[in-house]
Structures are given as structure tokens and as C-alpha cells.
Design a protein around this ligand. Structure first.
Ligand code: NG1
Ligand code: MG
Length: 534
């Protein structure tokens, strides 16, 4: 992976051949509207895509590896720059959106040294400001506190549906940070951009893990992306093996808008807190007294992964043999089930007692920075989901390996038989496809029952799809609405779409635009790029 964000001069470098015509007209419109809005030409366009997650849900902020892929839908920021200061000590940002009625134009005089973001005010430009803040921090680190950022004129065009589970937010924040860095003359390192976008997005009020920004920045066209967060951020492209019937990922909107920023205290951020509380609880219960968990890159600095590593490191120090990761996760799930034996959940007092701290100390460590609303924390269910989901990601990766090995073996046999690769068609892999799909179905069950992040509408879309031939169906992204992803044989795509239309979409009152965007066949797209206009 790694390297710098590619600077390109043609759209062929960004999109698949059959998308070029529609993308070219979209880009031409954007550049023309830029000229109209600002009376000058855009200098460059920064681009970052949305993503779907194939497997590994709600485990990135516990620092377990995940397998997302970038989609073709993206955020584009057309930009021109100048050095004119707005007033002393500030630079000017003018930002507009091609959907002007939904996302009104704004102007800010930004002080050189601070970017104010109010996460309590729901405002589309917060995502730009989040990227701006992160980029300026990096620029100041590099060039010193006296750094003078350039003023920017920006026109945005986003095709990732907002609140739709495809991570429009990460696309926007990543494209924004990239735009600011390029505007100020930087060559942008991909890993640095991904890291910066991860931390930046938290300023908007959701204490996310790093999956979305990593997928948005680091993906390569044609491949999914295996992203690890421990011991440090690392990603590698992963190709799916050829199968028969051929597999497609169908992405279906539920049209239940999940606004994570608004619901964070009872949904997303509550889960983040519950996972860190579970880590601290398990540490207190299972590790020797006085054991401190290592501070890590998770939102609260204490994660289930941190507990995991500490627990086995202590076992090994005591003479135990090193166990494979899958066995470790199975053992942790059994330990969590035995230790966290209260399915009804734990009160603040329960947890404080187990940790040997006061309720105030517990608050200072866990809920002061991330406010949540809950009487009880369901530590058992959350920990079980995380350990078992992390294990499913490993099983999915092992299946992909197995598929590639089988493919190689088949090719060798066919060559041995004197067949040319042209007549080589893969054998029927239905049974293999079903094993891949079963893992997605297990994820959905776990998200619904243990993590409680599904909703009846997503459950319904999954049931309809499976009955019509999907191998595996589940929510993708944070859940509580948003998007679902389905592993469907190519010859069942139409049947699955028809089942959704009859059993779900026809019952909603959808606009033509919504209908057109309801279901897409998702192909792995490329990550962030900079398009040089002149
Ligand atoms: P969405 O809601 O799809 O953007 C969120 C988090 C991810 C990850 C998933 C659940 C943000 C920006 N992203 O994704 O990091 O935790 O939920 O797997 O909040
Ligand atoms: Mg998001």
C-alpha cells in the first residue's frame, strides 16, 4: 500500500470504463458551475469515495481488522486558491455545493490557528471543517506555527447518499483534508491522509473507528481492502477469487435515515463506550490485580483489542504457548460469556465496583468526553459480538485464501490436460459461495441480537433477499437504518431486486430519484485522488 495520493489528469485513472461517459459529464458540469460561481477556473479537484463494508462490523473502534471496499460514488471538491487574507490573522473559505437548496453556500474567515466546529449544530460544512482542522494541524506540525494557509474557493459535488450507510461523511472529510493539503502545496502521503481523516472526523461528534476513512483513501480499483489497526494502521488490497456462479455485491438502501451525529449518545457513541467498559471490566476480572491496559488509538484509548493483547501476553509470560489468532478469539468469547454473566446489563455502579473506582472516576475516564444516555451497559452482548465478529473476519479471509488456492490448482490441472486458459471455466463453486454468505448472515444475526444495531426494515430486506437467492445478507456500516449488503449470484440479481420491489420498496413513498438509487451493484472502486485541471 502506502505511497502518495495519485495526481491524475484523466478520469480513466479514476473510474471504470463503463462509468466514464456519465462521470465526464458530471465533472464537466462541476467545473462549469465552479467558473460560474467564482468567476474563475478551478485549479484541481480532490476526490474521495464512499465505501461498503463486506465484513467486520462495529469492530474497527475496538481495533480489530475489517474488510471494506470503496464504491464508485464519491465526494468531489473543485478548488481554486489564493493568498489573500480575509482580515488580519485569518484566511477565507468560500464553500458551495451543487445541491445548493439542500446544502447552502457558506463563507468563513478562519483564524490561522483554530478551526471552530460545533458538533451540536447540524451543518453540512462541519465535515469540511473537520478535514480542514486536521490538515492545518499537519501543516503546522511540518512548517511551524507561523504557517499561513491559503484562502480557498470550493464547490462540492457528492454522490454518496448522506445518512445512507455508505459513509458519505468519510468521503467528504477525506476529500476535504486532501483539498486543503493540495491547496497548500503538499504532496500527500496516503497513510498520513487516512490517519488524519480518522481523527478529524471525530470532531463532528461521532467517535468512529478508522474503517471508512481507510477504505476511502487507501482502496485500489478492483480489490477490497483488508484494514488492520493494531499495532498500527495498515491496509492491503484483497481480490475475491473467481466463482461460478459469479458473485456480486448488491447494496440496498433501507431509506431509514440513520443520523449518527444526532443519535450518537444512545447508539453509536454508546457502543464505543460499552466496548471500552467491557475491556476494562474483563481486565479487572481476568488479569492480575493492578494490570493496566495499554493506551491505544481507539476513541477512549482503552479497547477490547488492548485487553486481548494484554491477556495473552501475560499468559505467554507465564509459559503458555502462543496461540493462533482464531483460537485466541474463541477463547476470549468463552471467557467473556462466563465473566460477563449478566445479560440484563451493568449499571455505572456495577462497573465502578468491578474496576475498584468511584462513579466519578468512572465518569472521568469513560463518559465525560463521550456523553451517553443509558441506565445499563450491555457489556456481555457487546463483547461477544466484537470477539466473534473479529473471528468471522479471519474466517472470511481464510475462505478467500482457500478460493484462490483452489483456483490455482484448477489452472494447473487444466494446463496439465493441455487445455488453454481460454477454455478454462471455474468449476461450480455454489457450496463455497454459500460458506462465504453464511458468514455475512452470522454477522447480521449478531448485529441484530447482540449488538442491537439493526432495525426491522434492514432485517426485512435481508430476509427477502435470502428467500430470493442471496447467499448472505446483512447491514453495512453503523446500522440502525442505512444500507444493507448482499452476496448474490449474478443470475439471481434480478430476482432479488424484484423481491425487494414487491415486498419492500413498493410500500414506501419514494421519489423517482430515490427509486433509482435504492439498489446498486457495487464494484470495488479506487481510493482518493487529485485531478489536476490545467
Ligand atoms: P458509517 O456509519 O457507515 O459511516 C460507522 C463508523 C465506522 C464503523 C462502522 C460500523 C463513522 C464515521 N464510521 O460507519 O468506523 O465503526 O460504523 O462498523 O462513524
Ligand atoms: Mg459516516
Amino acid at each position: 500500500m502506502a505511497g502518495t495520493v495519485p495526481v491524475v489528469r484523466s478520469l480513466e485513472a479514476i473510474y471504470a470504463a463503463d462509468a466514464l461517459a456519465s462521470q465526464t459529464s458530471r465533472w464537466n458540469k462541476l467545473l462549469a458551475q465552479f467558473q460560474e460561481t467564482y468567476g474563475r477556473a478551478a485549479e484541481f479537484v480532490s476526490r474521495s469515495p464512499g465505501r461498503v463494508n463486506i465484513i467486520g462490523e462495529h469492530i474497527d473502534y475496538s481495533l480489530y481488522s475489517v474488510l471494506p471496499m470503496a464504491v464508485e460514488a464519491d465526494a468531489l471538491l473543485a478548488v481554486s486558491t489564493d493568498l489573500a487574507p480575509a482580515r488580519d490573522g485569518t484566511f477565507k473559505i468560500k464553500i458551495a455545493n451543487v445541491q445548493a437548496s439542500r446544502f447552502p453556500s457558506r463563507e468563513f474567515d478562519v483564524p490561522y490557528d483554530t478551526v471552530d466546529i460545533d458538533p451540536a449544530v447540524h451543518e453540512w460544512t462541519n465535515y469540511f471543517k473537520a478535514g480542514l482542522r486536521g490538515a492545518l494541524e499537519l501543516l503546522r506540525e511540518k512548517h511551524g506555527a507561523g504557517f499561513r494557509p491559503k484562502s480557498m474557493q470550493i464547490l462540492m459535488d457528492g454522490t454518496v447518499p448522506a445518512g445512507g450507510g455508505l459513509s458519505s461523511s468519510a468521503a467528504f472529510v477525506s476529500a476535504s483534508a486532501l483539498a486543503v493539503l493540495v491547496a497548500n502545496g503538499e504532496e500527500v502521503d496516503k497513510t498520513a491522509l487516512a490517519k488524519l481523516a480518522i481523527v478529524s472526523e471525530r470532531a463532528v461528534g461521532v467517535n468512529s473507528g478508522g474503517m471508512d476513512q481507510s477504505a476511502s483513501v487507501l482502496s485500489e480499483r478492483g480489490s477490497a481492502l483488508f484494514v488492520s489497526f493494531s499495532p498500527r494502521l495498515a491496509a492491503r488490497p484483497v481480490r475475491l477469487p473467481p466463482t461460478r456462479p459469479e458473485l456480486t455485491f448488491l447494496v440496498a438502501q433501507s431509506f431509514v435515515a440513520a443520523d449518527k451525529v444526532v443519535t450518537a449518545p444512545v447508539h453509536f457513541n454508546l457502543r464505543v463506550v460499552e466496548c471500552s467498559l467491557a475491556a476494562a471490566y474483563l481486565n479487572a476480572a481476568l488479569n492480575p490485580p493492578g494490570t493496566e491496559l495499554p493506551a491505544d488509538a481507539s476513541p477512549l484509548g482503552v479497547s477490547l483489542r488492548g485487553f486481548h493483547e494484554t491477556y495473552f501476553a501475560l499468559q505467554e509470560r507465564g509459559g503458555a504457548a502462543r496461540k493462533p489468532a482464531a483460537d485466541q478469539l474463541a477463547e476470549l468469547a468463552a471467557l467473556a460469556a462466563a465473566t460477563l454473566d449478566r445479560p440484563e446489563g451493568y449499571t455505572r455502579e456495577d462497573v465502578a465496583r468491578a474496576l475498584g473506582v468511584t462513579a466519578d472516576e468512572l465518569h472521568a475516564r469513560f463518559t465525560q468526553r463521550i456523553p451517553v444516555r443509558a441506565e445499563r451497559f450491555k457489556l456481555r452482548q457487546r463483547a461477544l459480538h466484537v470477539f466473534l465478529e473479529a473471528a468471522r473476519v479471519l474466517r472470511f479471509m481464510a475462505l478467500l485464501e482457500e478460493g484462490r488456492a483452489q483456483q490455482q490448482q484448477q489452472q494447473q490441472e487444466q494446463q496439465g490436460n493441455g487445455e488453454t486458459t481460454a477454455d478454462a471455466s471455474p468449476q461450480d463453486t455454489s457450496e463455497y459461495n454459500a460458506r462465504l454468505g453464511a458468514l455475512l448472515n452470522e454477522t447480521q444475526a449478531s448485529c441484530r441480537d447482540d449488538y442491537e444495531c439493526s432495525c426491522p426494515e434492514i432485517d426485512a430486506l435481508c430476509d427477502l433477499a435470502r428467500a430470493a437467492g442471496s447467499y448472505g445478507s446483512r447491514l453495512t456500516g453503523a446500522g440502525w437504518g442505512g444500507c444493507s449488503v448482499h452476496l448474490v449470484p449474478a443470475d439471481r440479481v434480478e430476482a432479488v431486486k424484484a423481491a425487494w420491489e414487491k415486498g419492500y420498496y413498493s410500500k414506501l413513498d419514494l421519489t423517482e430519484e430515490q427509486k433509482a438509487a435504492a439498489v446498486v451493484v457495487s464494484r470495488p472502486g479506487g481510493g482518493s485522488a487529485v485531478y489536476q485541471v490545467a
